[in-house]
Each structure stands twice: as structure tokens, then as C-alpha cells.
Design a protein around this ligand. Structure first.
Ligand code: GLC
Length: 487
């Protein structure tokens, strides 16, 4: 008998994408399914995903097949839930729809307390899916605060029989500060009880993520280093003592990237394909960016780029101040992203101040992102914290050298050129301050002037395996271990 996994997420490629969760939910379960095909029948994983049928997905023109409906109890009230079915690369995907989702155009509202109803409803609806499909679930795999209520409901309202009677739970933690706080009303409306774990701080007893973490059988952070960092005062968000007590069920598995979608050899979105064997062809991509954006091309000057959601987490302010400290050095930079208006304004202001050196694009533009990875020399990732980070892996695959704060998954994926000149893949700075950023940038700029050294760094990054293979196998081992325990 194969292992049955129900994978829940708030967003997933190719249906809807806001942040890194969509990349992971779009590629991890598919990889798990594909890799397990080569196993014996009993170790095969039948993984299926459920997503909220967001208005944004409907607007994207997806028309999945209608399967039927059931009801969810909200106190005394019965709410209808419609079930639709589609697929992603051979994996079944269910879309769940109902009144709390209606009329909400954004996947995430500006404040998480506006989304409590929607995600609690979705999480409880997902738990009804196995009965509806007549499909036994061995593992319930949730992601982030939005789907943690499914673990809470399963553990506190566990049905003795049926499709969920022996289900184990695994939660992947992508970003601890986003806990879904201030949703007590929604939690209580759907009869989810406050947590009774004595180690849980009082403020967290009805908060979806902490409560889910207190009940999950296994917690996986998206990098081994982040798994450690969440148990420290600096990045534990007030949950560090509680998480230390849960240490035995916490580990980290690095995210992978979709190496088909991100492949400089075959990428249809870039001007000139290339590999590590003909790196000189890469220059064509840099030149076409200069021409398009009317940036003066200066020989020997590296092109930097910042490609990210404009969230204070991502530290663009640190990079901009650091760049000002390196004004006398040669650099040009292209900034791409949208998000927080204060960060957006900083980026626009920077272009106004340095029109010969800076271009800023306040937009979500996948094609331009591909072209920047393929044409820029250095990717800036000054994130204050970074649970895993995907951009640095994509950049390395495209020969764009990352310069990053040594935190979270950045530390797990980038080998420091300073520490290991032969195997180094990028530049890391210890503290998230402008002066540390600028010292590291000066080193990188110096290195850039030594073409042989630079190419070695590019080669090292391009040859690293960032595919999901290793990590998907680790997840499968976690599933197997859970199935074999009697929690
Ligand atoms: C969140 C984290 C990011 C991670 C992504 C996918 O967006 O901030 O570091 O890469 O989730 O796990």
C-alpha cells in the first residue's frame, strides 16, 4: 500500500503565486510523487494537493472539473463547500470554494486578521476531503499559518474511524513571524479550542501557527540553519523557549528549485541561452539589458541586481545605504519588485539620485526576473532573515554571483569565497548592516576585476545541484518514519 499524503497550501504555481510558498508548493509535491515512482509499491507516495479556490485563480482562467459539495460546521451554521479537481504534472489538485472565500480578490489581505475566516474554513474543508473522496490519508502535510488549523482540528476533533483515523501530521515552516495572530474570533467560531500545551505562551494559545506547531507530529523548517535560528531569541519571535521544548520533532530540509523552469541552457525567456562551458555568451544578456533600459554601458563595470518582494525582511534599505558607502567604486544596479510602499519609494528615489547607474522597476515581472538572473553579474540578498531563499539558488544556476547576509538558508546554500577560495560560490556578510554590506561588496568588486577567479566562482555555482531530488527524498523519509510510528 502506498503512502497517501494530503498537501495543503495557500498558494501554488502554476495556479497562483504571491511568494516563495507558491514555488515550493508548485514543485515539491510533484517531485515527491515523481521520485517515488521508482520505489516499490509500498513506498510509493500518492500525494494530492488542496488549494483554496481563490478569486485570483478563477481570474487566471483555470476551469477545473466540478466534483460536488459537502458542508462545514461554523458553530450551528452549515456552510457549503464546493470541490473542484485539476492536476499539476500528473498530481491531483483539489480546489475548495465556499462563502468565506467569496468576494476576496487578494490571496492575502494586508492584515492576517482579515484572512482568518477564509483560511480556517479552507483548512476544515480540506479535512472533509478524504471522506468525500473515499481516500485514506496517512500524512497531513500543512504549510505556514494558513493551513495549520487543519492540524489543530485533526488533533482535537479526531474521528476514531474513517479516512483520517490514523493520520500523522507534518508542518513545513516557511516564515515564523507570520503566525496568523489576532484570529481568535475565527478560531472560536469554528470551535477550535485554545492550546493547552503548558510551554505555549499565553498570547499564542489561539494563534494558528503556534498552536499548529504545538500539535504537529513533525515540524520541518525550510533550511537546517533556520531550524536552529527559530530556537534563538533573535529569530524565535517569542516562541524560542516553546520551540526548544519541541526540539526533538524539529528539523530542517532545504528547499529546491524547479530546475526545468530555471535552466539557462533552455530558458525561452532570455535573449541568449548559455552554459558554464560558453559563459562568454552570457554577456549578450547583459548588453541587451543595457540597451533596453538605456543604461550607459561601461566596460568592466559589474551589473548588480535585486529581485525580490519589497518587504522590510528583504533588507533593500541596507543594500542602498551600503551602495552609497561605495559611491567611488564601479557598479550599476537594476532593482525589480513590488510590495511595501516605503521600500518601493526608497528604490525609486535611488534611481532619481543615480540616473546613470540605477534602474528601478516596481512590478512583478517574471520574464524580466529571468533576464536579470541571466545578465547581471551579482545578485544582492541583504535579507534581515531568510528561512530559505530561492533567488540565490536561481542566481547561482545562471552564473549570477550572490552577495548575501549569512542567515537562514543563505548560509546553507552559499559557500563563502572568502572562507573557501576554491569552492566558493558567493559572498556572505555576518551582520545585516550597511557597512558590512559595503565591505563585502568591495571584496566582490575586486574579485570581479580578476576574470579567472570570477569565472571559477560562477562555475562552482552553476555546477551545484539545486534540484528538489535530495530534499524530496528527505521528505519521503520523514513520511515513512511518521507512518511507522505510533503517535
Ligand atoms: C518564505 C521565506 C523564504 C522561503 C520561502 C519558501 O517566503 O521568506 O525564505 O524561501 O518561504 O519556503
Amino acid at each position: 500500500m502506498s503512502i497517501h499524503v494530503l498537501f495543503l497550501a495557500a498558494e501554488a504555481e502554476p495556479f497562483v503565486k504571491i511568494g516563495g510558498l507558491a514555488d515550493v508548493a508548485g514543485s515539491l509535491p510533484v517531485s515527491i510523487q515523481q521520485i517515488s515512482q521508482s520505489f516499490g509499491a509500498s513506498d510509493r507516495v500518492d500525494i494530492r494537493m488542496a488549494l483554496p479556490f481563490h478569486t485570483a485563480i478563477k481570474q487566471n482562467g483555470f476551469s477545473p472539473k466540478y466534483l460536488g459539495k459537502f458542508h462545514i460546521l461554523r458553530g450551528q451554521q452549515e456552510l457549503p463547500c464546493q470541490v473542484y479537481q485539476s492536476s499539476n504534472a500528473g498530481m491531483l489538485v483539489y480546489f475548495l470554494d465556499g462563502p468565506p472565500l467569496a468576494g476576496k480578490t487578494a490571496v492575502y489581505s494586508p492584515h492576517s486578521n482579515q484572512d482568518g475566516e477564509k483560511f480556517v474554513f479552507f483548512s476544515l474543508a480540506a479535512l472533509k476531503l478524504p471522506e468525500f473522496l473515499d481516500w485514506r490519508v496517512d500524512i497531513l502535510h500543512t504549510n505556514d499559518w494558513h493551513t495549520a488549523p487543519a492540524i489543530i482540528a485533526l488533533k482535537t476533533q479526531r474521528c476514531a474511524s474513517g479516512m483520517l483515523s490514523n493520520t500523522k501530521t507534518l508542518h513545513t515552516l516557511h516564515n515564523l513571524p507570520f503566525m496568523g495572530n489576532n484570529n481568535e474570533n475565527a478560531m472560536m467560531a469554528y470551535d477550535l479550542p485554545p492550546g493547552d500545551d503548558p510551554n505555549l505562551p499565553d498570547w499564542a494559545r489561539l494563534s494558528p501557527l503556534p498552536l499548529g506547531l504545538s500539535l504537529a507530529d513533525k515540524i520541518i523548517a525550510v533550511s537546517p540553519n533556520y531550524a536552529k535560528e527559530i530556537m534563538t531569541e533573535k529569530l524565535g519571535c517569542g516562541l524560542e523557549s516553546f520551540l526548544i521544548k519541541r526540539k526533538s520533532v524539529i528539523s530542517g530540509i532545504l528547499n529546491g528549485i524547479d530546475t526545468d523552469a530555471w535552466n539557462p541552457e533552455t530558458d525561452p525567456l532570455i535573449s541568449q541561452a548559455f552554459t558554464h562551458k560558453n559563459l562568454h555568451e552570457r554577456l549578450f544578456n547583459k548588453r541587451s539589458l543595457f540597451r533596453r533600459f538605456n543604461l550607459p554601458e561601461m566596460k568592466g563595470v559589474p551589473l548588480l541586481t535585486f529581485i525580490s518582494r519589497m518587504d522590510p525582511q528583504k533588507g533593500l534599505d541596507i543594500a542602498l545605504q551600503g551602495l552609497e558607502q561605495c559611491q567611488s567604486q564601479p557598479w550599476q544596479v537594476i532593482i525589480l519588485g513590488t510590495g511595501d510602499s516605503i521600500v518601493e519609494d526608497l528604490a525609486c528615489e535611488f534611481e532619481r539620485k543615480y540616473p546613470q547607474r540605477v534602474r528601478t522597476f516596481i512590478e512583478f515581472n517574471n520574464q524580466l526576473a529571468h533576464q536579470l538572473y541571466a545578465g547581471a553579474d551579482i545578485l544582492l540578498m541583504p535579507s534581515r532573515y531568510e528561512p530559505c531563499g530561492l533567488a540565490q539558488m536561481i542566481a547561482m544556476r545562471y552564473g549570477c554571483v550572490p552577495l548575501a547576509h549569512s542567515t537562514g538558508g543563505l548560509l546553507d546554500t552559499i559557500i563563502s569565497v572568502v572562507k573557501d577560495p576554491n569552492l566558493g560560490t558567493g559572498f556572505l556578510f555576518e551582520e545585516d548592516t550597511p557597512s558590512q554590506f559595503s565591505s563585502s561588496l568591495k571584496l566582490a568588486l575586486k574579485c570581479y576585476q580578476e576574470p579567472q577567479k570570477w569565472q571559477q566562482i560562477q562555475h562552482n555555482g552553476m555546477k551545484t545541484d539545486f534540484s528538489w531530488r535530495k530534499s524530496a527524498l528527505k521528505y519521503i523519509h520523514e513520511y515513512q518514519a511518521l507512518v511507522n510510528t505510533s503517535v
